[in-house]
Design a protein around this ligand. Structure first.
Ligand SMILES: [Fe+2]
Length: 653
């Protein structure tokens, strides 16, 4: 359009441009003379490009007060922020465009290495290149087009006297050091150096096969932001929540220093009101008990939670002695001495006994008591009725239910990717809000489907190429419900993959909950421990009729009691303590999944299915059609419903 522009006398770099019937103030950005860029003030989201680009910026003041005409081109201004989590484990990436999430995924799904990597100093340099590549692809951009990179750990908080120095001594043989180290671990320098130099790794370390979206980027081009780890957790909990204001509690193993933080969110603002620092950490205590019970720490904590249901809290006094809650939200953890208290630790292949169940139960009970006290302190400090939770401890759905039922808050929202994967999202949202003045907080996370999707033509091309026999289904919901009602177990591969550790109907194994043997069958099919429960998915509108006081719960982050009159109808999903970790689904969140549940209800009268993750023991959830087909053919499932296609094993016909 042709516009009249009047350059201001008061400010030669500012002029008035008519826009939508009004004049708006336009700032000629002095740091972008090459494109004579203008960005409109007052939080609108447009860049304005005049067509007199041959005039250098410095000429503009000469026109001050003059009236002239030019053609005004506008195009949406897009600011891209790439979020990265990589310091410890569950490495992940996400991309945000002007406050809106475009894509998010965990590296483990692409590499099929559980948790992406182990949380050790020697792996801190590894970046989630596959997840980053996927995010760039979804945004349709090259790494060069990214405006900001938000990394969810700030190494400068730990560098101490080494901050600003060119070198940091890394020991070659820590055992041979003559003086005791000031570091928590002798490998801290290696860990921190790897993170400080992560931007260099991003532009130089990408794998060859991903060069298309990485090649040719200069390190100076990257606007890199280190975001404190618990700010990232807190931002992931608050900003995508449905609340305009809330108290925010984060609990994990550790960040830089903090292990627990208390925060207040109001509108676009978020502030810290307290924190508990290392070495006192509820998350690390849970990890150490996980190891003590013969599981893999930083990985299998959810198994300890499941084990707890079988035990009695006979060791609660031991844990109460270890965890001392003080004033101002503080707590200490001392005198663990697990072997001294409870005897020799369990080795991986030892049988489970009541002793192990009781330890797990005691820990769980005291964890719940403790977090309730912390939540009460936070409530008193903030006076808020809304609570947002994140951090690995917030994946404990029994604890979450306890806070819901006995805590002081009226409403509670938990980030579905509460583990470290979600810090990529939190860091990106945080930086986006700080850097993009034109965008206010606008994203609400109503579902977790932010990963890769494969369309029917891609799936069929793969199936043909792999010579996998298949048939195209005419009515996916009806035909799949028929198979499930026949008590068969299916792989269900539909739509965009989930972000976060739970399978929520895009990469799931589904079965009927009606027969009591289904839990054991599924554990056998998935090659996992007998004590592990399987969880139900239920139509959102039917949830209150089947589970006590159930409301919308789309992320499997809370347990509910199965209603007594329904318990015998869905025995496979009722845990030994009478609860179930439910997922509710509505039509907007996942239409095809919803239709399947409706069809199953029509056939059986039960609006519930068993939903467990599409993987086998020790493997990440499948991502691609190839992963799905490989998992399906190497495990005793009966059928695979992938997009519009059905694959059945001969014996299952
Ligand atoms: Fe964390």
């Amino acid at each position: 359009m042709t516009c009249e522009v009047i350059l201001s006398y008061a400010s030669p770099h500012r002029c008035l441009v008519p826009r939508h019937g009004r004049f708006v103030s336009v700032w000629m950005s002095p740091d972008m003379p090459d494109i004579l860029g203008y960005s409109i003030l007052h939080r609108t989201s447009y860049m304005v490009y005049p067509d007199f680009a041959s005039h250098p910026a410095s000429y503009i003041p000469h026109y001050t007060g003059m009236r002239f005409y030019f053609t005004l081109y506008t195009k949406p201004y897009r600011m891209y922020t790439l979020g990265i989590n990589a310091a410890f484990h569950d490495s992940s990436a996400c991309i945000i465009e002007n406050g809106k999430l475009i894509a998010a995924a965990e590296e483990e799904r692409f590499t099929q290495i559980k948790h992406g990597k182990r949380p050790i100093p020697f792996s801190a340099y590894e970046l989630p290149f596959h997840s980053i590549d996927y995010c760039l692809k979804m945004a349709g951009i090259h790494l060069n087009d990214v405006d900001h990179v938000a990394y969810s750990f700030d190494p400068y908080l730990l560098l101490g006297d080494h901050k600003g120095k060119a070198e940091i001594p890394i020991p070659l043989e820590p055992d041979m050091l003559s003086e005791p180290s000031k570091w928590t671990s002798p490998w801290d320098p290696l860990f921190l150096s790897s993170i400080v130099n992560a931007s260099g790794q991003l532009v130089d370390g990408y794998p060859h096969h991903l060069q298309k979206r990485f090649k040719g980027v200069s390190k100076d081009r990257i606007k890199w932001h280190f975001v404190e780890h618990h700010i990232a957790h807190a931002a992931s909990a608050y900003y995508p929540s449905p609340f305009d204001h809330a108290a925010i509690l984060t609990l994990d193993g550790r960040g830089e220093l903090a292990t627990t933080t208390y925060n207040l969110g109001k509108g676009d603002e978020m502030s810290r009101i307290g924190q508990v620092d290392m070495p006192h950490s509820l998350g690390l205590l849970y990890e150490r008990v996980t190891s003590y019970l013969g599981f893999l720490h930083s990985s299998d904590e959810y198994k300890v939670m499941a084990l707890a249901s079988y035990g009695k809290p006979v060791f609660a006094s031991d844990f109460r002695e270890m965890i001392q809650v003080g004033s101002n939200g503080q707590y200490t953890i001392t005198n663990e001495r697990l072997e001294e208290r409870f005897g020799a630790s369990r080795s991986k292949n030892d049988p489970f006994t009541a002793h192990h169940f009781n330890i797990a139960r005691s820990l769980q009970v005291v964890l719940e008591e403790t977090v309730l006290k912390l939540a009460s302190w936070l409530h008193k400090q903030t006076g808020e009725e809304n609570l947002c939770l994140a951090g690995g401890v917030a994946l404990n759905c029994v604890l979450n239910a306890r806070i819901r039922d006995y805590g002081p808050f009226k409403n509670i929202w938990v980030q579905p990717a509460s583990g470290d994967a979600g810090t990529a999202l939190g860091a990106a949202i945080w930086v986006d809000l700080q850097e993009n003045e034109s965008v206010a907080r606008s994203y609400e996370m109503s579902h977790a489907f932010w990963g890769p999707e494969y369309k029917d033509d891609e799936i069929e091309t793969f199936l043909k190429w792999a010579k996998v026999p298949y048939k195209k289904m005419k009515n996916i919901a009806e035909e799949t419900a028929e198979i499930l009602a026949d008590n068969k177990i299916i792989g269900w591969f539909q739509g965009r993959m989930e972000f976060g550790p739970r399978a929520l109907g895009s990469r799931s194994i589904l079965a009927s909950p009606i027969h009591p043997s289904m839990q054991a069958r599924l554990n056998e099919v998935k090659d996992r421990e007998d004590f592990r429960p399987v969880a139900p998915v239920v139509l959102e509108e039917d949830a209150p009729h089947w589970f006590e006081h159930a409301t919308s719960s789309p992320f499997m982050l809370f347990v509910y009691d199965v209603k007594k009159d329904k318990a015998l109808k869905i025995p496979a999903v009722r845990h030994v303590d009478g609860t179930a970790r439910i997922q509710t689904v509505n039509k907007d969140q996942h239409p095809r999944y919803y239709e399947l549940l409706q069809a199953f209800k029509k056939k059986t009268g039960v609006p519930v299915l068993v939903n467990t993750s599409f993987n086998t023991l020790g493997k990440p959830i499948v991502c691609s059609p190839r992963d799905a087909v490989e998992c399906f053919w190497s495990s005793p499932f009966d059928a695979l419903v992938i997009g519009s296609y059905l694959i059945e094993k001969p014996h299952a016909n």
